[in-house]
Design a binder for this molecule. Structure first.
Ligand code: HSE
Length: 305
């Protein structure tokens, strides 16, 4: 089989993981996207980037999209072609909005799309290939499937289920200038946590599913966390201050993913605008994005799977 000459267009959403109590488990797809045109060529990797990351990210086979595509070809047992990739990126990097998960999902979907009907690849395989590179499934699951996802891992690998978010929930993501490294954030986590904190998060995570799907009025109580945010606060003090200021005013604010962005889950659009005013009043410079849930997840066109 030669893939040379095949082309696909891949579009993958930003994501917000954890959502407060759902550490490494819950994720939400957001309507900000990276879009890539990928062509199979004879050899080599050629990458051009527009938008976020232009002039910063590598443009050879070490680029995360290319690495993910090459990983997918390898795991699918398909000889990898060369790749020509043009990326139009809108997802901010290192801000807790799932840019690395989106890049990994883009690469995997591009490889799957280029292979087309020559190899049968199901959704579970896409999730497994992406999770192998990302390390945890909470960003890649919503990036692939859209909506609100619950992801878990057992001896067979990662799994997920998708849920529709209640139409009364509106989203605000506040994005700071500074960046945060996920590996640094993860290094601040203790190996063990008190049993009482585990129970605390269990109750809030369970409640959060009800709040996001049925009863948005419960969002404030449902977004409390004792498993990750407090341990990471020293590494992102302005994030911590903003979450505190928003929660003190009754907004369901959490750290988005590993930070430093802040996600506010509002139960009505006016509440969201009030949250945006608090963000604008901060001394540090934050950009507020009024976002919606992406329900499509990652898409591939051209050589559809
Ligand atoms: N659950 C992950 C974390 C999301 O908080 O470390 C970021 O990749």
């Amino acid at each position: 089989m030669t893939l040379v000459g095949r082309r696909v267009r891949v579009r993958v959403p930003a994501t917000s993981a954890n959502l407060g109590p759902g550490f490494d488990t819950l994720g939400l797809a957001l309507n900000v996207h990276d879009e890539l045109d990928v062509e199979a060529i004879e050899s080599g990797v050629e990458i051009t980037v527009e938008g976020v990351g232009a002039g910063e990210v590598p443009t050879d086979e070490t680029h995360l999209v290319a690495r993910a595509a090459l990983h997918a070809f390898d795991r699918l047992g398909v000889p990898a072609p060369g790749l020509r990739i043009h990326a139009r990126n809108a997802i901010p990097h290192s801000r807790g909005m799932g840019s690395s998960g989106a890049a990994i999902v883009s690469g995997v979907l591009a490889a799957v799309g280029l292979v087309g009907d020559d190899v049968d690849v199901d959704d579970a395989t896409v999730l497994r290939l992406a999770t192998e590179l990302e390390g945890h499934p909470d960003n890649v699951a919503p990036a692939i499937f859209g909506g609100l996802t619950i992801a878990w891992v057992d001896d067979d690998g990662p799994h997920h289920t998708e849920l529709a978010v209640h139409r009364g929930v509106s989203l605000l993501v506040a994005v700071p200038q500074e960046r945060m490294s996920t590996s640094l954030a993860r290094s601040l986590q203790p190996a063990d946590v008190p049993h009482a904190d585990a129970v605390f998060n269990l109750s809030r995570a369970a409640l959060l599913i009800a709040a996001l799907t049925q009863t948005p009025g419960l969002l404030f109580a449902a977004t409390e966390d004792r498993l990750h945010q407090r341990y990471r606060a020293s590494a992102m003090p302005s994030t911590s201050r903003l979450v505190e200021a928003l929660r003190a005013a009754g907004h369901a604010a959490v750290v988005s993913g590993a930070g430093p962005s802040v996600l506010v889950l509002s139960s009505d659009p006016e509440q969201r605008l009030a949250a945006a005013e608090i963000v604008a009043a901060q001394e540090d410079s934050w950009e507020s994005h009024l976002l919606a849930v992406d329900i499509k997840g990652g898409t591939v066109e051209g050589n559809p799977r």
